[in-house]
Write a new protein. Structure first.
Length: 80
């Protein structure tokens, strides 16, 4: 099976429970990509940049916290 390359929108929806698409993406991820997914430096940087932007969330996340959240996703067994 070919791996799924997650874009920044999927990463954001996957990581943020308050994201409008979180339930949908979580379900899709569990059914399709959990065992075989990839990210790239551009989507990882976009995730950190948007997560730290106060326009995205009323609570501004420090870059270190956003990176830590991303690291938890990248540590999942199916990430390549």
């Amino acid at each position: 099976m070919r791996p799924y390359l997650l874009d920044v929108n999927v990463l954001l929806a996957l990581a943020w429970p308050v994201h409008v698409h979180h339930p949908t993406v979580l379900r899709w991820f569990a059914q399709n990509a959990k065992e075989n997914f990839r990210t790239c430096p551009m989507t990882q940087a976009g995730f950190v940049r948007i997560s730290c932007n106060s326009s995205y969330s009323p609570v501004r996340m420090p870059p270190a916290d956003a990176t830590s959240l991303l690291d938890r996703i990248l540590a999942l067994r199916g990430h390549q």
